[in-house]
Design a protein around this ligand. Structure first.
Ligand SMILES: [Zn+2]
Length: 306
């Protein structure tokens, strides 16, 4: 199903565990079930338990959730589907607390864990995309401080720096960097930007020149904000707008974003923005939930940043 989804359609089409499971199977195995252990296609259903598939070759049993982020989840698939839709459709993000209330999920921790697993799948979808191209804007922003409810966990000035890169009319990538220096900026640019861009623009912050200049030569333009904000098509207005979108999410919806999990929120905002015109956004997210490795609560809450 690739038609544009809305909440009513989700509730009509995916209102039982069986319907949700059947759709996940269709997405994961368009040509019928494949054994995740040995790759055999010769399988059978177990009588009475439709979701359990048995491999005729290695005789192992599995379900569509095997090895995916749904692995070991006790939450009904109907709630997974609704949560996925809500995260895809909420332009400014939605908090775990809101989602808990909307879906009637038992505990806050469960809702929080659910949100982060969906974000993890969105991150995977971002990684699977080709690098950014066309006209590119590059900028940085500081996230944190008391006003943003980020606590006092991150150094003396209590802020974290994010590098944002966007196609002027297209996709967005944002990355937490340990320091705003040329080496870190160059690393982000190499990772996210295709070499054959039309133009790449930053402001005049000194660290950008040695980071971006050698890669893009004459395609690299700088805007002198002290003098003017727009010089023809040399501006960074698009990336600044995307940063406001991120900040609206942090201030308006999430309230508290820990430094440790910030990258996952950045991936969510980038994914939703980049895919805003994709009518198959919901299915794409489900597909990435299926192809993302299990993320345990323990791994997610481990002290060291993942
Ligand atoms: Zn097998």
């Amino acid at each position: 199903m690739t038609s544009i989804m809305n909440l009513t359609k989700i509730m009509e089409h995916y209102n039982t565990e069986d319907k949700c499971r059947a759709y996940l199977e269709e997405l994961r195995w368009p040509g019928g079930p494949v054994c995740p252990t040995c790759g055999a296609k010769d399988t059978m259903r177990l009588g009475g338990r439709e979701e359990v598939i048995r491999c005729k070759s290695c005789e192992r049993q599995f379900t569509v959730k095997a090895g995916s982020i749904f692995n070991d989840s006790h939450l009904p698939l109907t709630k997974w589907f609704l949560a996925t839709y809500i995260l895809c459709a909420s332009k400014k993000g939605v908090s775990a607390l809101q989602l808990q209330g909307m879906l009637g999920i038992g505990g806050y921790k469960t809702a929080w864990y659910l949100c982060h697993r969906i974000r993890e799948a969105m991150a995977r979808a971002n990684w699977g995309e080709p690098k950014l191209s066309g006209t590119i804007e590059l900028d940085d922003t500081w996230i944190g401080g008391k006003a943003l409810g980020m606590g006092h966990e991150h150094g003396r000035d209590n802020k974290t720096v994010v590098v944002g890169i966007t196609e002027r009319n297209g996709r967005l990538r944002m990355v937490v960097v340990p320091r705003l220096d040329s080496a870190e900026i160059a690393k982000a640019v190499r990772r996210y930007v295709s070499k054959d861009v039309e133009m790449i623009v930053s402001d005049e912050f000194a660290a950008y020149v040695p980071a971006v200049g050698p890669i893009f030569k004459k395609k690299y333009k700088r805007i002198k904000h002290a003098i003017t904000y727009v010089e023809g098509n040399v501006h960074t207005n698009s990336i600044e707008n995307r940063f406001s979108l991120l900040k609206r999410g942090i201030i308006g919806s999430w309230h508290k974003v820990s430094v440790k999990h910030l990258q996952r929120y950045l991936e969510e905002v980038s994914f939703r923005f980049s895919q805003r015109k994709n009518p198959a956004l919901f299915s794409l997210t489900l597909l990435n939930l299926l192809s993302t490795d299990p993320l345990t609560f323990k791994a997610l809450t481990r002290k060291r940043a993942a």
